[in-house]
Design a protein around this ligand. Sequence first.
Ligand code: CO
Length: 451
Amino acid sequence: MGKRVRLMETVLRDGHQSLLATRMRIGQMVPVLGQLDEIGYEALECWGGATYDSCLRFLNEDPWERLRTLKAGLKNTPLQMLLRGQNLLGYKHYADDVVEAFCKAAVRNGIDRIRIFDALNDPRNMEKAIQYSKAAGAHVQSAMVYTISPVHTTENFLKVAETLVEMGTDSLCIKDMSGLMAPADAYDMVSTFKKRFGDNLDIDLHSHFTTGLASATYWEAAKAGVDIIDTAISPFAHATSQPATETMIEMFKGTEFDTGMDLDKFIPLVDHFRKVKQEIAEEFNLKPASDVIPAVRRYQIPGGMLSNTQNQLNEMGMGDRFFDVMDEMPRVREDLGFPPLVTPTSQIVGTMAMMNVMMGERYKMVPNEVKDLVRGKYGSLPAQVSDEIRQTIIGDEQPITCRPADLIAPEMEGYRQDLATKGYNNITDDDVLTYAMFPEVAINFFEANRR
Ligand code: CO
């Protein structure tokens, strides 16, 4: 029954994104790529997520060049990236031609596996990215964001999973970005999935240590037949990052799930990344998170949101209203159809809750993003919004029911022309995509590096 568990390493992406604001430089990765490549990981997550933005905005690195450098140093291990479906690596829906160009460029520059998710788990927002990534030759891993609500039952997750499998996904990931999943839930969900899909479809569990549950959750997932778990080398593990790679190897050692990995190989890697962590913390004056926050499960909001909300309220001189906002958050989330709280829905729900408390009257002022969520512009919500709430927020407007990107005309040529008018001619698709993701940041980057 039991079988070897495979590990997906996140130190080059989620590890530093979670603990040190995504500030690891390529120069801090290159010296150990050869050693990482010899561990025998299922894959190395090393690109996408917030790294693209961070490269351009803070590190003066071309993300595409970073990717090519990573590829050159990793001959055996598949390179994995995280992609936000139709949002790609930006913060809005893109036209299909941009999605196609992006997936092609990612694979052409070295990506082997593309993990694709959507904040609302709306498969229509993932479909094109799945299709284009597969056409480009990548292994497609579709991810469902995990959250807790009356509508997020194992049964409903299974329905989403079935749609993603029909769309051609090669493996499935359960993405628990806030570390909410308890061990018993992992057992239930993974065994249900394994029963349904059998051994032809690998199940990967991605969790965060935020609440302190994740390593126990991984153990139960292994008992239920999980194929892959996501871990980070110890200096970049724990707190809001993944459980530590070496800890999980130790946990499974001598059991039916034994990873077969050699712990001695980690000694120089741990040494290296410990120094890197120190360097980043000093250079950017950052303090890596170290606490475990069990309250995240209680409030069911991402770890970063607890401290952000408190800080914002303090700045407005409303620090004493923190618990009022915390109580309002789940009510707003329910009103808005229980969206999982992940970028960008976490900010949308958080802002709305804060405004409701500040104004002393619910939905007196409603930000446009909240209206768009109700309008269906982000995709279909997990639960129906009541007529009353819809009326309050968008009046008599009818929400859209089509795939949001169906309303977006092709955009690549427009971005290219924009760049031409700014004096950038004969520019590669890679650069056009950089501009499409972050126009201002891209121009600043080009100015600083290409003139
Ligand atoms: Co993550």
